[in-house]
Ligand binder design. Structure first.
Ligand SMILES: Cc1cc2nc3c(=O)[nH]c(=O)nc-3n(C[C@H](O)[C@H](O)[C@H](O)COP(=O)(O)O)c2cc1C
Length: 415
């Protein structure tokens, strides 16, 4: 890898694509303006990105922009260097994946027919022959996207093992998918599918307990840890249901999300899922409110007429204590938040909780520590098992914590 200054962002968001080389093929759609952003985000997840552009793409964005974005020379034509074979031929130095983003109607139909008359289509043809994974991200007017031949060609490519991401049908256009969705599809395609066929249920976010119709008691959870766990499980091939309280995390679009507000609603949703589906793993990251009003007001309480408001709280149902009773074969992992404890006390508290809930693992974190727990993008956890063995994941991004937690779950859960 050379030391072009543009490469200083490599790995800043994660190491999921460490050691992976990706060809980003850009074709003649206005959505090519998003290609630099896609390249940069792939790099932030540790990929090395090489750009190949069609003639028409070069009329929309200049190759200099892609060279700046990736820190690598851009292929704008095929020469005596046989660039298509160097990148996607069948040899040990070939790339790991070909991403066509944006993909025009023209390029999609050409590669379906095996036509290769541009740098992009020739790289795609070569990748097909070498068995290199291909992801296509269409972008065009909706009228072009509805062309029956294009519809047919998408089906044919899918049958050949090509993944499609998007498009988003909006304003009469079949718009390119969002950068995050595209990067996630790349990571998923290159991640070992060790959870393929697993059904995973994740709870996430805070709950709300109503005082009156407009006021609530809640906590500082954002739901980011649960969203990271759900994203990682999806990447590994699991089917994910996310029971989500009122947080503000970005949720993976492929998850089946059940939105809830109160702890009772979260409890009911989890119980109903466990009773109606086979759930292999539950990962309970939600910060469920421990207390709810004994009786909530059915009208907005007036501050003028109520100078002092005294409320009685009752404990809410403990969701994690029900899981093994309803579904003993489900592998249960529960998060436990503590505040300003020593490592030893944190581990002991996690172990006690594990015994009470019959959980398989408890992931304990101390939200009193800097950079840990609520709202932030980082976490530190101690994973405790039934033999009181501990796996410590030191302070790192929630994505990385999720990845390493799922490594432990994949290793220990024999579904
Ligand atoms: C400004 C402009 C924007 C275009 N946007 C799209 C588009 O979003 N999707 C598409 O399929 N074609 C679009 N086209 C048409 C393609 O560029 C045209 O079909 C071209 O032959 C594609 O060549 P390529 O697939 O080799 O890049 C656009 C053309 C122009 C001039």
């Amino acid at each position: 890898m050379n030391t072009h200054p543009s490469k200083d962002i490599i790995g800043t968001l994660g190491n999921e694509l460490n050691g992976k080389q990706i060809v980003l093929c850009v074709t003649g759609s206005v959505a090519a303006v998003q290609s630099p952003d896609i390249a940069r985000n792939l790099m932030r997840h540790s990929a090395d990105v090489f750009t190949v552009m069609s003639q028409m793409a070069q009329k929309i964005i200049h190759p200099y922009l892609m060279e700046w974005a990736t820190g690598n020379p851009v292929i704008t034509e095929l020469t005596g260097q046989i660039e298509h074979v160097a990148l996607a031929g069948e040899h040990p130095r070939n790339v790991d994946l070909v991403l066509i983003a944006p993909a025009t109607a023209n390029t999609i139909s050409k590669i379906t027919c095996g036509i290769d008359d541009t740098p992009v289509t020739t790289v795609a043809s070569t990748a097909f022959g070498s068995g290199i994974p291909i992801i296509v991200v269409p972008a065009m007017h909706e009228s072009m996207y509805r062309h029956p031949i294009l519809v047919e060609n998408r089906k044919k490519l899918t049958a050949l093992g090509v993944d499609f991401v998007g498009p988003r049908l909006e304003e009469g256009k079949a718009k390119i998918a969002g950068t995050e969705e595209i990067v996630d599809a790349v990571i998923r395609r290159l991640t070992p599918q060790d959870m393929a066929g697993w059904r995973v249920l994740v709870t996430a976010g805070p709950t709300l307990e109503y005082i009156d119709p407009v006021r609530v008691i809640t906590n500082k959870s954002s739901g980011k840890m649960g969203a990271a766990v759900a994203t990682e499980a999806l990447r590994r091939g699991a089917e994910v249901t996310l029971v989500y309280g009122s947080g503000h995390a970005i949720l993976p679009p492929e998850a089946h999300v059940i939105h809830v507000e109160t702890s009772q609603e979260m409890y009911d949703a989890v119980v109903s899922e466990l009773k109606s589906e086979r759930i292999d793993v539950v990962i309970a990251t939600a910060a469920v409110g421990d207390w709810a009003l004994d009786q909530q007001y059915d009208h907005k309480v007036s501050t003028r007429r109520t100078p002092e408001l005294v409320v009685k709280l009752r404990p809410t149902p403990k969701i994690i204590d029900e899981i093994k009773t309803i579904s003993p074969q489900t592998f249960l992992v529960a998060f436990r938040a503590e505040h300003k404890l020593s490592n030893e006390d944190l581990i002991q508290s996690a172990y006690d909780r594990l015994k009470r809930s019959k959980a398989d693992l408890i992931a304990a974190n101390d939200v009193g520590r800097t950079g840990v727990g609520f709202k932030v993008d980082t976490n530190e956890i101690f994973i405790v098992d039934g033999n009181r063995n501990v796996v410590h994941i030191p302070l790192t991004t929630k994505r990385e914590v999720a990845k390493r937690l799922l490594d432990v779950i994949a290793e220990r859960c024999s579904r």
